[in-house]
Design a protein around this ligand. Structure first.
Ligand SMILES: Nc1nc2c(ncn2[C@@H]2O[C@@H]3COP(=O)(O)O[C@H]4[C@@H](O)[C@H](n5cnc6c(=O)[nH]c(N)nc65)O[C@@H]4COP(=O)(O)O[C@H]3[C@H]2O)c(=O)[nH]1
Length: 831
């Protein structure tokens, strides 16, 4: 900027200098002209004077010569007494001189004229002219003057008076005294007195040739002076022009630079103005509490009708009297300005007021600046109320997310992650303060059944009730968490007396055994509790959890609805479960499973109508294992899908083999887990098995347990419809144990009900069982479904069933589950 102003000043100065130098040049030229003119004039005057002197000198010499010549001749005439005759008359000095003068004048072409004249001439030729007459008058008045020398129109006149001398009187005195020949001849020009003016000698010189040399020199000097003058002027002019040209170039460049700079500055100014006006923040320039400038955004933020209206306001009207922290706004602003002055800039948050009195939170940046020569405060105001709201919302969302990440969505209790944290923290505290800590592992005993039979939404409600009841029982400092499913934990910190724990466990059992009323259902639950201690049982969280879990399993094994404190032996039990899971995985790979078949018989004809395939595990160490030992674990871990696929393929291959061998094994009943049924690839595999094995669909009957089916009845119906459409029969296993509603039963695409063996065992003595069996038979009839009873062990049961209309049976009475060769031997022949 400084450079720009310097250039601007130089340009202005340059332009002035150019004008100055031009003026100077003209002045110089005029001055030189005046000097030279004066000098020429002086020279001319000098020459004129010289010329005048020469002419005077020459004229005087000539006049003196002529005077002497005349005197001499005159004296000769007088001395020799030469009479004036016609002949001698021509020798008279006056006459002779007149003639000589004429001839002389004619020779010099009239440039030098010598006249000897009188106002009373005897010869009219010598008559004075007007000028000469004036001269005679002059000399008469000025007798002291010897001559007069004058210049008129380039002609010099030298006039010398001729006085009457003594000798002159002989001819011009008294006539009677005059020489007789004169007297005789002339009758005028007498009576002159001695010293009287007889006439004048007038020498006129007008021939300039005499001074040509002088004038030529003058002229050539004048011409060369003019020439040098002009040359000097031209040189000076060229020099000035050259300097001016350079200057002009320089100034032109300077002008261009200035123009460019001006353009840039204007652009910058425009940019800054735009930045200022269009800034996304409000800007206010404050000079000692007075607003001197603001931008559009400021007007918009504060909601004033115009800039002018805002600028008229007092600083105090833009803020409430007090800030939210209770500080006085005026005091605060003073403090903030002081800080801005100290640190050059200061940013802070402040509540502002809009024109309508609405308060908003602003982020304010104060910067002391110098504007012109004034110290002002540049104030940037950013409305951060939205930002603050968004931040708070974000914080709220974050808190929600944090809460969600650490809490169980259903019950709002801490989840597994938060539980782990709290447990770690609790152990740390217990260690630091030498306190004890107890961990309760609570699992509902019959939750799976409720969930499976009444659906998830009821199950969820049960869990919520359980959570509430547990919450009501714990202290503030204890942590109740839900780890998933029906597993709850309680961390009890600051434990003083372990004996209290038993009563606490009992209280939990009691509260959870209270009936739960949901949607018209009255549900009864119980729980199994495992308890472990810090530091006696374990000193780290992992072990503490593992041991409480093991104790809980022990409680389950002990017949459920009880609590167990951890003991070292329990670890082995838990270990067994882990080992079991891993060996189950190995079993699929190692083909350790075998299939047993149990006949299904028509009690009236005693003929085998089909058989149920039942899996056995030939454990390499533990020997033959029944499905109850591993099927729940397989279902829990999802391994059941692989197992059931193996069973399906193996059994179908066997049955097909029998059919192919010309035997009649009847219908193959296969247990189908819900997980397998709902598996995406199940239908594909089923098709593939039927096709590759060449198995007829009507040879197959799939058994789905009632409780499993009721977990997702709608989904199950869709899938079972597809199966039924293939021509495959579907039977409901364990019928009577679940909570099947009749409406669902009607919609299920099943063709057979299998009465659960629990009811068969009690007949005919157990009235309840007998009533259920009879009701189930009646229900099957009314729905047009086939029936089969399982677990028939004796004749009485068989007779009861036959009497009431259930003809098809399965049970030890007809045969236990047996390997394929055995059933082939025994039953194919018998039945
Ligand atoms: N006390 C008594 N029991 C009798 C009598 N008649 C049959 N049983 C037993 O009752 C169970 C009948 O099978 P289930 O109800 O489908 O119940 C089965 C079935 O739900 C499941 N299971 C067996 N094999 C498979 C399989 O391959 N896949 C699936 N998903 N589950 C299977 O394991 C359960 C138990 O099977 P198992 O131990 O073989 O036990 C069989 C069978 O041995 C009797 O007269 N008295």
């Amino acid at each position: 900027m400084i450079e720009y102003y310097t250039a601007f000043i130089i340009l202005k100065g340059g332009r002035k200098d150019q004008m100055k130098s031009m003026k100077f040049f003209i002045l110089f030229a005029v001055l030189l002209f005046v000097v030279l003119s004066y000098r020429t004039y002086e020279q001319y005057k000098e020459i004129s004077e010289t010329q005048k002197l020469i002419v005077l000198h020459e004229s005087r010499s000539l006049a003196e010569f002529i005077s002497a010549f005349r005197q001499t001749y005159q004296d000769i005439f007088l001395r020799e007494h030469i009479a004036i005759t016609d002949t001698s008359l021509n020798l008279l000095p006056v006459k002779t001189l007149t003639e000589i003068s004429e001839r002389f004048a004619s020779r010099l072409k009239g440039d030098v004229v010598i006249r000897t004249v009188s106002d009373r001439p005897r010869n009219p030729v010598n008559k004075v002219d007007r000028f000469e007459a004036e001269m005679i008058g002059y000399f008469k008045q000025h007798p002291e003057k010897e001559y007069r020398f004058m210049e008129k129109q380039g002609t010099y006149s030298y006039i010398k008076p001729i006085y009457i001398e003594k000798s002159c009187l002989r001819c011009h005195g008294k006539r009677e005294d005059a020489i007789p020949s004169i007297r005789k001849r002339y009758d005028k020009a007498y009576d002159y007195k001695l010293g009287e003016i007889r006439g004048v000698m007038h020498i006129k010189i007008k021939d300039r040739d005499l001074f040509a040399g002088l004038y030529n020199d003058f002229l050539s000097a004048l011409l060369s002076a003019i020439f040098f003058y002009l040359l000097l002027l031209v040189i000076i002019y060229l020099l000035i022009k050259r300097i001016r040209l350079k200057e002009e170039e320089y100034l032109q460049k300077l002008e261009e630079d200035i123009e460019k700079k001006t353009h840039e500055i204007n652009k910058q100014k425009e940019t800054f103005e735009t930045l200022f006006e269009k800034s996304s923040d409000g800007i206010l320039i404050v000079d000692g509490g007075k607003f001197i400038e603001c931008n559009e955004k400021m007007v918009e933020i504060l909601d004033y009708p115009s800039k002018e209206a805002l600028l008229e306001m007092q600083a105090s009207s833009l803020v409430p009297k007090f800030q939210p922290d209770g500080s006085n706004s005026y005091e605060k602003s003073k403090e903030m300005i002081a800080l801005a002055e100290k640190y050059k800039v200061h940013q802070f948050e402040c509540v502002y007021l809009r024109a309508n009195g609405e308060e908003f939170l602003a982020e304010v940046t104060l910067t002391p600046i110098v504007l012109g020569e004034r110290n002002v405060t540049h104030t940037v105001v950013r409305d951060i109320s939205d930002k603050k709201r968004a931040q708070q919302e974000l914080l709220r969302q974050k808190n929600i997310l944090h809460h969600q990440a650490h809490h169980d969505a259903l019950t709002g209790l801490p989840n597994r992650t938060l539980f782990a944290d709290r447990l770690e923290h609790g152990i740390e505290l217990a260690e630091r303060h030498a306190k004890k800590l107890a961990l309760f592992f609570i699992d509902l005993d019959n939750f799976k059944q409720i969930n499976d039979s009444l659906g998830h939404h009821i199950g969820d409600r049960v869990l919520m009730v359980v959570a509430e009841r547990l919450k009501a029982k714990i202290r503030k400092e204890d942590t109740l968490a839900r780890l998933g499913g029906d597993e709850f934990t309680i961390i009890i910190e600051n434990l003083d007396d372990e004996r209290q724990l038993a009563s606490f466990a009992e209280k939990i059992q009691e509260v959870l055994s209270q009936p739960i009323h949901i949607e018209g259902h009255t549900l009864y639950t119980s729980c199994s509790i495992g308890i472990s201690f810090y530091p006696e049982d374990a000193k780290n969280a992992n072990d503490l959890v593992k041991y409480a879990d093991a104790a809980m399993y022990k409680a389950k094994e002990e017949g459920r609805d009880n609590y167990q404190f951890y003991s070292a032996e329990m670890t082995a039990l838990a270990f067994e479960r882990v080992v079991m899971e891993s060996s189950l995985r190995q079993a699929i790979k190692n083909e350790e499973f075998v299939l047993y078949y149990q006949p299904q018989v028509n009690a009236k004809s005693s003929k085998m109508t089909g058989m149920e395939a039942l899996i056995r595990w030939e454990h390499p160490r533990l020997g033959l294992m029944l499905p109850d030992k591993f099927i729940p674990l397989a279902e829990e871990t999802g391994l059941i899908i692989g197992i059931d696929r193996w069973v399906m393929r193996t059994a179908m291959t066997q049955i097909k083999a029998w059919y192919s061998a010309g035997l009649n094994p009847g219908v193959l009943a296969l247990n189908l887990s819900m997980r397998q049924l709902m598996d995406e690839s199940f239908m594909e595999i089923l098709h593939e098995c039927l096709e590759t094995i060449g198995f007829e669909p009507e040879w197959l009957e799939l058994e789905v347990t009632e409780s499993q089916m009721m977990k997702k009845p709608d989904d199950a119906i869709v899938r079972l419809e597809q199966i039924k459409a293939m021509g495959i029969n579907i039977a409901i296993d364990d019928f009577g144990t679940g909570y099947s509603s009749l409406s669902y039963l009607k919609r299920l695409p099943v063709s057979k009900l299998k009465i659960d063996q629990a009811f068969i065992h009690g007949i005919p003595e157990d009235k309840g069982s007998a009533a259920i069996v009879k009701a189930t038979i009646a229900l099957a009839r009314s729905l047009g479904l086939k029936l089969i009873a399982e677990g028939v062990e004796n004749e009485v049961q068989k007779t009861f069933l036959v009497e009431h209309g259930c003809i098809i049976m399965q049970g030890y009475y007809y045969g236990r589950p047996m390997p394929a060769e055995q059933i082939e031997k025994k039953c194919f022949d018998i039945c």
